[in-house]
Design a protein around this ligand. Structure first.
Ligand SMILES: Cc1cc2nc3c(=O)[nH]c(=O)nc-3n(C[C@H](O)[C@H](O)[C@H](O)COP(=O)(O)O)c2cc1C
Length: 205
């Protein structure tokens, strides 16, 4: 094999990485009483930020809710079944899309700087693009939490309009997912639910 051919080949990640990121990784519902530092929360983002997005738009925003007062305000917006674990989690991230993401286009997509103006004129397309791509980034965010050595507890059960009123009143951020973060407690995991067999999912044309 020539050096060019071998340099084009990507190494699959090993079994322990596959287990940590996928096969053994679970949604956590309870966490050990061990804090997560700001440095560790930044490290999670330093991985998640590499997610691919449409034209490199990067509409995801992350609010780490830290003060006890802010945590109470968030918990009040969570659905009943999500309250206790959100109150107790060592760290909590609110994931939001930024409806004004287009303001950054000249920086993050300099060769398509004109798209800033076209998206400025089209709110519907802007919000749809922001939502879709922020969701994709959210998937990477969960994997980044795992890659940094923590467990993630993503939750869609909350009043998004209420969270937006509480935390994002002065911006165009729109919350869509809350993620508890920490080291898993012994009783963190529910039994694994089955995944669809590939016959229901895969097609080859
Ligand atoms: C978008 C999304 C929303 C979710 N919302 C909730 C929720 O509100 N409350 C909850 O307890 N779990 C919630 N979950 C957790 C899922 O139920 C869990 O990820 C799924 O059952 C797979 O579990 P596993 O990772 O342990 O295999 C959510 C997960 C995702 C990705």
């Amino acid at each position: 094999m020539t050096s060019l051919a071998s340099s084009a080949q990507l190494d699959p990640v090993d079994e322990s990485a596959r287990a940590a990121l996928f096969t053994d990784a679970h949604t956590a519902n309870a966490f050990a009483d061990i804090p997560v530092s700001d440095e560790q929360l930044r490290e999670i983002w330093s991985l998640a930020k590499w997610a691919p997005t449409q034209a490199n738009f990067q509409p995801l925003r992350v609010l780490y809710v830290q003060s006890p007062e802010a945590r109470e305000r968030l918990v009040a917006q969570m659905s009943e079944g999500n309250r206790a674990k959100t109150l107790a989690a060592p760290a909590v991230a609110v994931l939001a899309f930024d409806g004004s993401f287009h303001q950054h286009i000249p920086t993050v997509v300099p060769h398509l700087a004109h798209m800033k103006d076209s998206l400025e004129q089209n709110l519907e397309n802007r919000v749809l693009t922001a939502r879709n791509n922020a969701w994709l980034q959210a998937g990477y965010f969960i994997v980044a939490v795992r890659a940094a050595g923590f467990a993630a507890g993503p939750m869609g059960g909350f009043d998004a309009a209420g969270v937006d009123r509480e935390f994002f009143a002065d911006s165009e951020w729109g919350s869509f997912l809350v993620v508890n973060i920490g080291y898993p407690a012994e009783d963190a995991y529910r039994p694994r639910l089955p995944r669809l067999d590939e016959e229901h999912v895969l097609a080859f044309a």
